[in-house]
Design a protein around this ligand. Structure first.
Ligand SMILES: *[C@@H]1O[C@H](CO)[C@@H](O)[C@H](O)[C@H]1NC(C)=O
Ligand SMILES: *[C@@H]1O[C@H](CO)[C@@H](O)[C@H](O)[C@H]1NC(C)=O
Ligand SMILES: *[C@@H]1O[C@H](CO)[C@@H](O)[C@H](O)[C@H]1NC(C)=O
Length: 506
């Protein structure tokens, strides 16, 4: 009897405590409108197909307004879906929104203490970003260093495509391999023959990270970390495998790099940092160099390779655009040398195509999640400290109010009536936020744009791309749609694989 009374007392007390905590939680978020109703425990996870998150969240924005919150299991997440709200958060209130949420997938092995992508906002991050930016500047505007690093890889790529001799092939590997080698060149001052084991290893690492960070269901690891602690989740094993393989690769390359004194590359500059005084304050170690290397390789390969694959798919669908690009190259450069970054000012149409490519496809549709560092607000709606924030770039870049006919590929959006490129200060260009904005804007923005320009021009200069014929050789093969709503989510949004024909231009 006494036991029963005590037990029910305990249950009542626990229930009250739970309700109190729940009410306090709800109060913190009360000002932010909810999207759709939630279920206990799951929250909105049932409605939220993790592979199509960005599409669903964009639909919800049309129903519930540009600023709302959703619940993923027990986590409240703020979703920003309009240019005004994103600008207010990332630019006007930059430091308040500059954090990163604690995530199971990035916390293993203290990776979030050393990475520039996953570390929350701190003095160390500011210091590291400044240093990495300095070393990336080696390859920035006005320097021919990047062109020197790209040219040999471009040559291999063009030669490989030429060898197909008008026969159909899938362009993914040849592009991916070239981009991957450029990235290894910039970070480690080394490149690998595509047939070597080492090169295969870096591809496998990339693919494993793609699976564990891209594919929607892997995200459950962050919401339900106990699943992986119990070893119940297939992705947690994959993540471990990726990290182990990455460590092996890194340790071997580090040894080789340390034995050389003739190089200047990003990793070497990071290693130099570990021995200077200021870095000791910030705990910059070899572990930091390893994580930053991983960030750069992952952020720099799949993105550009996918952008180029999408570009070719679009050019096959839109031969007029391909012809216009080609004639701009033909007119200003010809075919006897590669296009350089210095030629870019003479090629407004090509630049407009590449900007439209970034808008249309929006490869990283939800950017990288942010986190509030203090109590703050967005468009006057109070937002509490420690809240995860999704930046829905997909919604921004396809907002019909600012981008008429958002699902049509129109480079002209970025051109004046007389065919000049709109200046960077033009509202149209400011609304393109592919690389984020504010304190955490992507460090590789200039590098990515430059490299995309060099590779895209080299491809269009050398080849005319066409649809592959079907098996009977009588009519063109079915191509995947160019519409990015049909793409699949990995680390970035990918179109399906496809075949094409490349006819030599000269
Ligand atoms: C770095 O530390 C060393 C030894 O602790 C000291 O002698 C040197 O002056 C310091 N340099 C700077 C720039 O602070
Ligand atoms: C925010 O998170 C930090 C670190 O986990 C914690 O110490 C702090 O109490 C949290 N603040 C609020 C208001 O939730
Ligand atoms: C990444 O994952 C997506 C979705 O699972 C897949 O479509 C894509 O081919 C993958 N890319 C690589 C390089 O593995």
């Amino acid at each position: 009897m006494i036991l029963e009374v005590t037990l029910s007392g305990l249950v009542i007390i626990l229930l009250c405590l739970y309700l109190l905590v729940w009410r306090w939680e709800q109060k913190r978020f009360a000002h932010i409108p909810k999207a759709i109703p939630r279920l206990p425990f799951f929250g909105n996870m049932r409605e939220l197909d993790l592979n199509q998150c960005h599409v669903i969240m964009t639909e919800w924005a049309q129903r519930f307004g540009p600023v709302y919150r959703i619940k993923a299991f027990d986590e409240e997440i703020l979703v920003l879906n309009s240019f005004d709200s994103v600008h207010d958060a990332l630019v006007v209130k930059g430091s308040a929104f500059a954090g990163r949420p604690p995530m199971y997938r990035t916390a293993t092995h203290q990776r979030d203490k050393h990475s520039i992508v996953w570390q929350t906002y701190s003095d160390k991050l500011t210091f590291l970003r400044k240093e990495v930016l300095k070393s990336l500047k080696m390859y920035g505007d006005g320097m021919d260093n990047l062109e020197h690093k790209c040219a040999p890889q471009i040559k291999v790529m063009v030669d490989t495509i030429t060898k197909h001799n008008g026969q159909q092939f899938d362009p993914w590997d040849v592009i991916y391999d070239a981009i991957s080698n450029v990235m290894l060149g910039l970070t480690l001052d080394t490149t690998f023959d595509h047939s070597t084991q080492k090169f295969k290893m870096i591809k496998d690492i990339n693919y494993l990270f793609n699976d564990t960070f891209g594919a929607g269901s892997a995200r459950e690891l962050d919401f339900l970390p106990w699943l992986s602690r119990l070893g119940l989740h297939k992705y947690s094993k994959k993540l471990q495998r990726a990290l182990t393989m990455r460590d092996t690769f890194w340790n071997e390359e580090l040894k080789l790099l340390k034995a050389r004194d003739d190089t200047d590359c990003i990793v070497q500059r990071l290693l130099k940092l570990t021995t200077d005084n200021q870095s000791q304050v910030h705990d910059v170690t070899e572990l930091t160099a390893k994580e930053v290397f991983t960030n750069l390789i992952l952020a720099g390969t799949d993105t550009t390779a996918t952008a180029l694959t999408c570009l070719l798919l679009i050019l096959i669908h839109e031969p007029d655009i391909q012809e216009k690009m080609w004639s701009e190259i033909h007119q200003h450069v010809g075919v006897n040398r590669l296009v350089t970054l210095a030629d870019r000012v003479h090629m407004p149409y090509i630049q407009a195509v590449l900007l439209e490519l970034l808008r249309y496809t929006s490869h990283v549709p939800l950017a990288v999640p942010h986190y509030t560092m203090c109590d703050t607000s967005v468009l006057d709606i109070p937002v509490p400290k420690n809240m995860t924030v999704y930046i829905n770039l997909w919604a921004l870049h396809h907002d019909p109010e600012h981008w008429p006919e958002p699902w049509t590929f129109k480079p002209e959006r970025f051109l004046t009536n007389d065919g000049q490129l709109l200046p960077v200060t033009d509202p149209v260009r400011r609304r393109l936020m592919t690389f984020g904005a504010g304190r955490r804007v992507c460090l590789g923005e200039a590098l990515a744009k430059n490299r995309l320009f060099l590779f895209a021009t080299a491809l269009v200069q050398s080849f005319e791309f066409q649809r592959a014929p079907d098996e009977t050789n009588t009519k063109p093969q079915q191509l995947p749609k160019m519409d990015p709503r049909t793409y699949e989510m990995g680390l970035v949004l990918h179109p399906q694989h496809y075949q094409l024909i490349a006819l030599a231009r000269y």
